[in-house]
Design a protein around this ligand. Structure first.
Ligand code: PLP
Length: 445
């Protein structure tokens, strides 16, 4: 693939000892990641004022910097606008605002470490686990939700730790979906990742494996033919990536996505809604269109977490709903992600969207569409609700559902059950909640 103009400029500014002919080799990219201000300034022919330099130095001490030469080459500045307003720059380059810790900020807002039965594995939802198999990333995204772990040597998972995680999964037949994340799982060597996937595939109850990676965005050259050949052996395998801005969709990224899609790997995208990066309905619409053109299904749009050092990236929830309003109905349903807030304290992902259900009577529902047309849906008069005691012939004979405790209804689903005798749920802090209750978060009264 030929070099872009900005790539050529960066190459020309590297020391003459640097063998730039290997630019498209992902290991070369990793070896030449930009980790200090001087190199950044040199490669982009840019210079920061002295005061700002000190601020950036202080920030890097707490939250290190690493940018692949490839991602650096996407930064643009034109004569009318500072490089510092560039959405690529903002995701890659430290800001002193990261040192502002707000009262609401938390080191581990999603309780990934708290809800962790073995180190590096989070089992929050009944049937799936989050498995952190790598602590390295090609680029240290400034908005990383696991910022607490970035560059932290202590938390590099070794083989023994991975084996512990695999053993946990093997011992819990309820786990049918394993989500590999990190760090970036695709920064492991082909052989090492092959080993992890092979071990997971030996476990009969693991139905699907998902990989969460930002490699197609920040290091697309990692998607080599060898990697593809290895991944293909482990189907059904899904891959979710994280494009946040339409300018990240380059020819190199397209090529990487094409290889993955051609290997039969269903691709999804998890964007993070970021202040002054993509908090705009037009930018998001352009992004989702580019994703779908490259066979990537927009999966989630995340509200920015309450991790420390991210306050300048957060938008209001209203902005997210405004973006959803601009997508739903206005473009293909295939292009519309689910907007989620990952609840602090390990509450998991909660979907949020505009209200489409306006009112309801015993025989009619009033809805509004994306254009504002208000319409009615007549409820069927012939529909006879069946009473479900979760023990009818359909369940027992046709579905052969498993009887494990984990399959029992919980939460609101349980309140809706016809057999359920409890008619309310009370938060444990409520005075009605009995002190002797064994249930931690919420109790039935
Ligand atoms: C996001 C997440 C998952 C996967 O959630 P899906 O909604 O199934 O994509 C699983 N475990 C943890 C801890 C998570 O944060």
């Amino acid at each position: 693939m030929p070099f872009s103009q900005s790539q050529q400029q960066i190459i020309d500014r590297f020391d003459t000892t640097v063998d730039h002919t290997r630019w498209h080799d992902w290991k070369w990219q990793m070896r030449h990641c930009i980790r200090d201000i001087e190199t950044f300034e040199k490669l982009l022919a840019y210079s920061f004022p002295e005061k700002q330099r000190n601020d950036i130095e202080r920030t890097i001490k707490k939250f290190p910097m690493s940018i692949t030469p490839y991602y650096l080459s996407l930064i643009q500045s034109d004569s009318t606008d500072s490089i510092e307003n560039d959405p690529i720059f903002k995701q890659a380059f430290p800001s002193v605002k990261e040192l502002d810790i707000m009262d609401c900020d938390m080191e581990d807002p999603l309780h990934e470490d708290v809800d962790s039965p073995v180190p590096g594995l989070t089992h929050r939802y009944p049937d799936r686990v989050l498995f952190l198999v790598s602590n390295t990333c090609a680029m240290y995204c400034r908005h990383c939700t696991r910022k607490r772990k970035v560059g932290d040597i202590e938390s590099i998972p070794d083989r023994e730790r991975i084996e512990q995680g695999i053993q946990y999964i093997a011992e819990h037949p309820i786990v049918r979906d394993v989500l590999l994340s990190g760090g970036d799982p695709l920064l492991l060597s082909d052989e090492y990742l092959d080993w992890i996937l092979t071990e997971l595939r030996k476990i009969k109850h693991v139905e699907i494996i998902r990989i969460g990676t930002r490699v197609p965005v920040v290091l697309p050259y990692r998607i080599t033919d060898e990697l593809i050949a290895m991944l293909k052996k482990h189907h059904p395998l899904f891959l979710n990536t994280q494009f946040n801005h339409p300018r990240e969709m380059t020819d190199s990224s397209r090529k990487a996505l094409e290889k993955l899609a051609n290997a039969g790997i269903p691709l999804g995208n998890q964007s993070v809604l970021l202040n002054e990066v993509n908090d705009c309905p037009r930018i998001m619409k352009s992004l989702v269109h580019k994703l779908v053109q490259n066979r990537v299904r927009p999966y989630y749009m995340y509200q920015c977490d309450l991790s420390e050092g991210l306050s300048h990236f957060r938008t209001s929830v209203g902005k997210g709903i405004e973006i959803m309003e601009s997508l739903q109905g206005h473009t293909s349903g295939l292009c519309v992600p689910t907007y989620v807030i990952d609840a602090p304290g390990g509450g998991g992902k909660i979907p949020v969207m505009p209200n489409y259900l306006i009112s309801w009577s015993s025989n009619k529902v009033i809805l509004r569409n994306y254009e504002g047309v208000i319409t009615t849906y007549q409820e069927p008069s012939s529909y006879v609700p069946t009473t479900c005691d979760r023990n009818c012939e359909k369940c027992n004979l046709e579905l052969k559902l498993q009887e494990a405790d984990e399959y029992k209804a919980i939460g609101i689903e349980k309140l809706l059950c016809d057999y359920e005798k409890n008619y309310s749920m009370t938060p444990s802090c409520h005075e009605k909640a009995t002190k002797t209750s064994q249930v931690k978060e919420a109790v039935n009264v």
